[in-house]
Design a protein around this ligand. Structure first.
Ligand SMILES: C[S@@+](CC[C@H](N)C(=O)[O-])C[C@H]1O[C@@H](n2cnc3c(N)ncnc32)[C@H](O)[C@@H]1O
Length: 284
């Protein structure tokens, strides 16, 4: 029986689709570009849980010599991404619907880069090793796995922190977050790459400052307003708070985020490693 999808938001929701269209640009800008820490030498790229495809489409545009494939569980997002590829005449970008926790529907050694950004929202904590194994299978020897996760924000807003805490706690109970008080995935990436047998592992941090007055304040305010609306049913399921109290915290959090002394930073970690080549494998 296939796994029940765990994404904390309905992946076919129009509001989620619209939110991700903006969020993917925001994150890419905060990270300094599509692949800021890598030489752009890749020819066959796979983007896991690609959402509406912004990262993959931009990469296909910037690297016309590369073939870029995106996979996501959402029909709506994949239809949009394929339509965008056609409209933008990007014959090197293709998207397909798939559940990446059920194995990757690609042949061994098909890619030289497998990228995954912000997948903690549906990954079971114990499913990462299997996913990493699949990534290595579809990578050619010497190919790169690149993982990026964002951490629960650090802020001076008590109500906003309360909502973030509730979300982490619900995700922890659902077997996804790595800690009851924050998502915790940023700390795990190097470990997962090591455990999978990757070589030359490196990490690169980035930060979004969305304090009041910062460039991304308004966008992150709207993003969070939608996130905490759309995750409300998921959070309430765990009985951590009653609906009336949740709604009070929600209104307070929005107010605090709009106030002139609101300060917030979110940390992202990008970790990458290489699949060993046969030359670097040691035989008994
Ligand atoms: C937070 S978004 C990240 C989107 C994109 N990677 C980015 O960085 O902008 C998570 C994505 O995971 C997708 N998703 C949820 N469950 C999935 C699954 N089991 N397999 C593949 N994609 C999934 C959702 O549809 C959504 O597009």
């Amino acid at each position: 029986m296939p796994n029940e999808n765990r994404y904390v938001i309905d992946p076919e929701s129009a509001a989620e689709f619209a939110r991700l269209l903006k969020q993917e640009r925001l994150f890419t800008t905060a990270m300094g570009g599509l692949l800021p820490e890598q030489p752009m030498q890749f020819r066959h790229v796979l983007d896991l849980a690609c959402g509406p495809g912004g990262w993959a489409l931009d990469l296909a545009q910037q690297a016309p010599g590369a073939d870029v494939v995106g996979i996501d569980i959402s029909q709506v997002m994949i239809e949009y991404a394929n339509a965008q590829a056609v409209v933008s005449q990007l014959s090197n970008a293709h998207f397909e619907v798939g559940d990446i926790t059920e194995g990757l529907p690609f042949a061994d050694g098909s890619f030289d880069l497998v990228n995954a950004r912000y997948i903690v929202g549906f990954m079971r904590r114990d499913a990462w090793p299997e996913l990493l194994k699949e990534c290595l299978r579809v990578l050619e020897p010497g190919g790169t796995i690149r993982l990026t996760e964002m951490e629960t924000a650090e802020t001076n807003a008590h109500s906003y922190e309360t909502l973030n805490g509730l979300l982490s706690q619900a995700m922890y109970r659902r077997g996804m977050a790595f800690s009851e008080v924050r998502l915790g995935a940023t700390a795990m990436l190097r470990h997962f790459l090591q455990q999978a047998g990757c070589e030359h592992i490196q990490e690169h941090p980035s930060l979004i400052n969305y304090s009041y007055g910062a460039e991304s304040h308004q966008e992150q305010y709207q993003n969070n307003a939608i996130i905490f609306k759309l995750t409300r049913p998921f959070i309430l399921k765990f009985g951590l708070i009653n609906p009336e109290d949740y709604d009070k915290w929600y209104e307070l959090a929005l107010k605090e985020m709009r106030s002139e002394d609101f300060c917030a930073v979110s940390f992202m970690n990008t970790a990458w490693g290489m699949k060993p080549t046969s030359a670097s494998l040691s035989y008994p």
